[in-house]
Design a protein around this ligand. Structure first.
Ligand code: ATP
Ligand code: MG
Length: 182
C-alpha cells in the first residue's frame, strides 16, 4: 500500500473561539471571499506535506510526548495575505513564549521521527478565516468594518490531520489527537 497523505499538525481551537472568529469573518469579508467553515479553523504548527502512512504512524506515536498545553492564545489583529494580491484572510494569535516552545519541541520530534525539514520562513501563528476565490481581487489595505474580536482561548488539542481536497473545499481528518487540559 503506497497511499500518500497530506499531513499537518495543528492546535485545535475551542468551539467558542472558532465560532467568534467565523462570525467576525462572515461580517467583514467582501464578495468573492469564502469564509472558512467553523469546524475547519485551526492553528497550524507544522505542515508536513505529502507523506506515507508509516510517517503518519510515526508522528501519531510521538504526539503525546511533545504536547504541553500552552497558555491562552490571544487574537492580535487580522491581515490579508499576500498584501499585494490577497489569497487569504488570517487572524494572528499572539505567540506566547510557550507556544513557540511547543512548536520547537514538535519540530524537533518531527525531525527525528520523519526527517522533517523546517521551512525557512519564521513561524507566524495564525488562523486562516477566509479564502479569496479564484480570479477575485481584494484590496489588502482596506480597513475592516468591524474590529477583530479580542479573544483569549486555550487550545483544545494537539492534532495530526490529513487534508483531503473535495468539491466543497479541504476536509481535515484527525489521525491522532492529544487533548490539552487548560
Ligand atoms: P485548500 O488548500 O484546499 O484551499 P487548506 O489550505 O486549508 O485548503 P491544505 O492546503 O491541505 O488545506 O493545508 C492544511 C494546513 O496546512 C493549512 O493550515 C495550511 O495553511 C497549511 N499549509 C498548507 N501548505 C503549506 C505550506 N506550504 N507551508 C506552510 N503551511 C502550509
Ligand atoms: Mg492550502
Amino acid at each position: 500500500v503506497s497511499e500518500r497523505l497530506r499531513l499537518f499538525v495543528a492546535l485545535e481551537l475551542p468551539r467558542e473561539g472558532r465560532s467568534a472568529l467565523a462570525g467576525w469573518a462572515a461580517e467583514v469579508v467582501p464578495l468573492g471571499v469564502r469564509v472558512v467553515p467553523e469546524e475547519n479553523l485551526h492553528l497550524t504548527l507544522a505542515f508536513l506535506g505529502s507523506r506515507s502512512a508509516a510517517d503518519a504512524e510515526a508522528v501519531s506515536e510521538r504526539l503525546a510526548l511533545v504536547a504541553w498545553p500552552p497558555e491562552a492564545l490571544a487574537t492580535a489583529g487580522a491581515q490579508w495575505l499576500p498584501e499585494r494580491r490577497p489569497r487569504v484572510l488570517a487572524v494572528s494569535l499572539s505567540g506566547a513564549d510557550d507556544l513557540a516552545a511547543l512548536r520547537d519541541r514538535l519540530v524537533a520530534s518531527l525531525v527525528r521521527a520523519i526527517g522533517f525539514e523546517l521551512e525557512r520562513r519564521p513561524f507566524w501563528p495564525h488562523v486562516t478565516v477566509g479564502r479569496v476565490m479564484r480570479d477575485v481581487r481584494v484590496d489588502g489595505r482596506r480597513e475592516f468594518p468591524v474590529p477583530v474580536p479580542q479573544l483569549s482561548m486555550h487550545p483544545a488539542a494537539l492534532t495530526l490531520f490529513a487534508s483531503r481536497t473535495t468539491a466543497e473545499g479541504a476536509r481535515y481528518e484527525a489521525l491522532a489527537r492529544v487533548e490539552l487540559a487548560s
